[in-house]
Design a protein around this ligand. Structure first.
Ligand code: CO
Length: 156
């Protein structure tokens, strides 16, 4: 099912989302597949649960950003390591339509999370994928690219 993506200034984008419990994770299957479908339908590279109005710590990452070309599910993600080095680049967001905003991100991060089977998993990612992870994790804390804006390019 293609879900509605909420946009600024919807206050649900600004809430800090809640961690999921193991027994809750087992009930997420259809929500995860709906989020993947919605992300694909909107040509998104990632989608976080607050963007469909659910304040839970869940995000999906599009396969085009992932080395093994499979969609990736992040549940309760936590950044455990950050490179000192940061890189600036332009980002878009399905909840902030029409703008490309330049944001500074850590070049390399390590993230501890749970997968859709509630198994612990750790990812060390860099460059573009690290940027996507940081963008989606920010959504779970109610942070948007407009908060981190260095520069902006409008497409119109
Ligand atoms: Co976004």
């Amino acid at each position: 099912m293609n879900l509605e993506i909420i946009k600024v200034p919807d206050p649900r984008l600004r809430q800090k989302s809640k961690d999921l419990k193991r027994e809750e994770i087992k009930k997420l299957k259809s929500l995860i597949s709906d989020m993947v479908e919605t992300m694909r339908a909107n040509d998104g590279i990632g989608l976080a649960a607050p963007q469909i109005g659910q304040n839970i710590r869940l995000a999906v990452i599009g396969k085009q950003a992932v080395p093994n070309k499979k969609e990736l599910v992040l549940i309760n993600p936590k950044i455990t390591k950050r490179s000192w080095r940061q890189i600036k680049d332009f980002e878009g967001c399905l909840s902030v339509p029409g703008a490309a905003i330049e944001v500074k991100r850590h070049k390399k991060i390590t993230v501890a999370a749970l997968n859709e089977k509630a198994e612990p998993i750790s990812y060390t990612v860099s460059d573009y994928l690290a940027r996507v992870f940081q963008h989606e994790i920010d959504h779970l804390d109610g942070i948007l690219i407009i908060d981190k804006k260095i520069n902006e390019k409008t497409n119109r």
